[in-house]
Ligand binder design. Sequence first.
Ligand SMILES: NC(=O)c1ccc[n+]([C@@H]2O[C@H](COP(=O)([O-])OP(=O)(O)OC[C@H]3O[C@@H](n4cnc5c(N)ncnc54)[C@H](OP(=O)(O)O)[C@@H]3O)[C@@H](O)[C@H]2O)c1
Length: 299
Amino acid sequence: MAKFDKTSRIGFIGAGGVGGALSVALSKKGYPIAAAASRTFASTEKLAARVKGCKACKTTQEVADRADVVIITTFDGAIGPVASGIRWRPGQGVVHCSGVTGLGVFADAVKQGAVPGALHPLQAFASVDEAVNALPGSTFGIEADGDMREYLKAMTLDLGGRPIFLKAEDRPLYHASVVTLGGLFLAMSGVAADIWKNFGVERNDALKAILPIVRGCVDTLEANGLPGGLAGPYARGDVGTVKKHLDSLKARAPQALPMYAHIALAGMGLAREKGRANPKDLDEIERLLKKCIKENPAA
Ligand SMILES: NC(=O)c1ccc[n+]([C@@H]2O[C@H](COP(=O)([O-])OP(=O)(O)OC[C@H]3O[C@@H](n4cnc5c(N)ncnc54)[C@H](OP(=O)(O)O)[C@@H]3O)[C@@H](O)[C@H]2O)c1
């Protein structure tokens, strides 16, 4: 029976944002990062230069040969082909970091006796340094059995993270929820910042103006939960303000109108739950939003 612990040698395949950040963070916590490889050797060398004792390898097989646990941090579509292209030793660990991908992607490796696992850090990995700093306090979604499950849980705790255990069938839904708030929030930021161009403020200057209120919203949400953390014209039932938003977006930033109306409508249940606004005002707001969506369907 395979045993994994803090002395198990780790190899990384895929030297991008997640591979770069996890290898640095794990190395700092005393996990031996023995080897790494990527699609391009330049990426491999960049990762290896930041991680003590890590050998930059030219092939994925060399990484597997040097490691007890291989963590595959390629983009999701390459995980299966990469894992299937390796000769595995019985009892060797193979882990990926995808939110949606199941362990079935490791079928070929498992046939050879490899022990599969998934460790999904619930964090954005745009740059290595920021991601390393953001890992403590982050949740890590784990799918694994037996000793691999205990190993990934211990690894999460060592990184200062919070482990949660997921079933294969729940992972796409879990990931959709995460992307709704994370990835789609970034898209919303772009739409919101671009509105400012209409009154002469460039996108990144607009972001500087908007981000403090985003931080304020996150703090309020953390302090008050849902629906208590809801603020703004919808929580107040401010019909006139909403009408002005819809009219001005329609006239001057029509590309933002469908997103605004759909998200506002999705939040109406929370506004009603909060109970601060007059229900008749919320009915009127809902009517305006539905009318707007009907007249301005998303492109
Ligand atoms: N980004 C996030 O916020 C985030 C958060 C949680 C989990 N994840 C998961 O973490 C994994 C990696 O995501 P990422 O954001 O780090 O992606 P990324 O920045 O695009 O990095 C992927 C790396 O994989 C390498 N690669 C691609 N195909 C390869 C192959 N066939 N063989 C070896 N290396 C290959 C690329 O190499 P080169 O640089 O050499 O071309 C690239 O460095 C994904 O499963 C993703 O779902 C991502």
